[in-house]
Design a protein around this ligand. Structure first.
Ligand SMILES: [Zn+2]
Length: 114
């Protein structure tokens, strides 16, 4: 198993997510618009943008947790094994997503291949 390669992918994704998160920070800021220069609709637009940005950030943080957990498993020597049943996770499955924590059976998926 190419753990170094998986680690590289995970660290690369973490870096990209952190950058995206920092870059979108302004979108998540509380909506404070000058009521005289912008109308009510613009304010609603801004709030909608903010809500979407927050949801995107929530998902981003969740993914980052998953990636950090995978790195932790690497450090502890548990990487590549299902956290639920302890069986080895199929290489194909790890190739698709190195941060995946469960084998195909425990994930409950019926996707073929892995
Ligand atoms: Zn399992």
């Amino acid at each position: 198993m190419d753990i170094a390669g998986y680690r590289q992918r995970i660290e690369g994704e973490l870096k990209a997510l952190a950058q995206a998160s920092a870059g979108a920070k302004a979108d998540r800021a509380p909506v404070e618009l000058d009521q005289q220069s912008v109308g009510r609709l613009s304010r609603m637009d801004a709030m909608q943008v903010q809500a979407m940005a927050k949801e995107t950030e929530r998902r981003r943080q969740g993914r980052m947790d998953t990636l950090h957990a995978a790195l932790k498993r690497m450090d502890e020597g548990d990487f590549g094994f299902c956290v639920a049943c302890g069986e080895q996770i199929a290489a194909k499955r790890l190739d698709l997503d190195p941060a995946v924590a469960t084998c195909i059976d425990c994930a409950g998926g019926s996707r073929q291949g892995a």
